[in-house]
Design a protein around this ligand. Structure first.
Ligand code: CP3
Length: 359
């Protein structure tokens, strides 16, 4: 090895590889770090004043297609909170826009489609599930990777086909997804075509992000918990598998209210998200070989520091039952969250040493 003497000390010169600990990627590889890794779903967004300022006068989906702006918003929570991962600022509806489907995200409402997709004829009228130009996504990811320090992980993501379809069939947000849940039973053939279309655009969206430098990905199936185990297995899971096809980076599969089919969600992925309803040691009994992510109750962000710390500590302890654990909320950061609470929560988690919690 090349070496030189400085001040009488021997030091290595041409270090070919500098090993930097990446807590999130390590956890996804079943390597538990003694410091709990943490990031938050929806960490970029309305809880941050710098986000509101950056977004002023720019529509949500438009902002996702502006590389410098998307990169800046992605990095804001990493700078402010020192979380261990950046999640790409975008939306599960962006692939629809890239495929030329008429969709908007209305402030305070959520995703709204120009024309809901409910019949075989509606599906036939959908544009082909391809992107004319996704270069702005790749450019944003490259800008983020260039800025992100090497110990932070860049996460890409996509919506799972069921959650995407729930918006497409209803045409707007709905509580119970009744139309979508009826369609899969009343017209399985149309359902198959719609879910295949959704899986194709989500898969493309993931590959654009991975090719540009996303180091792990999360598939968001936020509304899957409204389904029975049997319905999930038959009408949903095969398409989520398709959305993750040929993904070569670690995969996190997220849903809420999914205790009754967590083992199915864990098939073929490295990690599953767990919401606040299911204690992590119980989740570890259901999926003993899978890394767990979660599951701080977002409501506890409003309960005061002592209560929040006790809750977070209990979660870290229970997470020791899994091969590795990434701390997160059970669902996204509520828009009214005080950002200072998140910054302080990260500092608290990073002050813990899990070796000292065992026993
Ligand atoms: O996590 C992150 O910080 C990364 C960016 C991200 C956004 N949406 C930004 C966003 C991610 C990963 C998503 C995923 C997403 N989008 C999901 C899955 C996760 C979940 O929360 O269940 C879903 C279901 C959507 C669809 C969607 N987009 C909804 C329901 C809404 C909220 C509508 C509202 O106003 O209440 C959005 C809008 C959205 N996506 C915002 C952000 C920052 C808010 C837009 C704004 O600032 O006006």
């Amino acid at each position: 090895m090349n070496s030189g003497i400085i001040g009488g000390e021997l030091f290595p010169r041409n270090i070919g590889v500098i090993l930097v600990q990446q807590r999130i990627l390590d956890a996804l590889n079943h390597q538990r770090s003694t410091t709990p890794p943490v990031w938050f779903m929806r960490q970029a967004g309305r809880s941050l004043p710098e986000y509101k300022k950056a977004r002023e006068g720019i529509a949500m989906l438009d902002s996702c297609l502006m590389p410098e702006l998307a990169a800046e918003i992605t990095l804001q929570p990493v700078r402010r909170h020192d979380v261990d991962a950046a999640i790409f600022f975008s939306d599960i509806m962006v692939p629809l826009r890239l495929a030329a489907v008429g969709v908007d995200i209305q402030p305070g409402v959520g995703p709204v489609l120009d024309s809901p997709v409910r019949t075989a004829r509606d599906i036939a009228a959908l544009p082909a599930p391809t992107f004319d130009d996704a270069s702005m996504i790749a450019e944003a990811i490259s800008l983020i990777r260039a800025e992100l320090t090497p110990e932070k992980t860049l996460l890409g993501f996509a919506g799972a086909p069921f959650t995407l379809a729930a918006y497409m069939v209803e045409g707007r947000p709905s509580k119970d997804h009744l139309r979508a849940r009826a369609l899969m039973h009343s017209d399985p053939d149309t359902w198959d075509k719609l879910l295949t279309w959704c899986a194709t655009v989500s898969n493309l969206f993931l590959h654009v992000q991975i090719d540009a430098g996303a180091q792990a990905v999360q598939l968001f199936d936020s509304w899957a918990g409204s389904l029975s185990r049997e319905t999930y297995a038959r009408h949903v899971l095969p398409y989520s598998t398709q959305a993750l096809e040929n993904v070569t980076v670690p995969r996190i599969h997220f849903g809420t209210n999914t205790a009754h089919f967590l083992d199915l969600m864990a098939e073929g992925v490295e990690a599953v998200g767990v919401d606040h309803r299911l204690p992590l040691d119980e989740a570890a009994r259901i999926v003993p070989d899978t890394v767990l992510q979660g599951n701080i109750d977002p409501a506890l962000l409003f309960a005061g520091a002592d209560t929040l710390h006790a809750h977070a500590l209990d979660i870290v302890r229970r997470g020791l039952a899994a091969p590795a654990h990434i701390v997160n909320l059970g669902h996204g950061v509520p828009p009214t969250t005080d950002p200072g609470v998140l910054t302080e929560l990260v500092a608290y988690l990073h002050s813990l040493d899990t070796d000292k919690l065992i026993g």
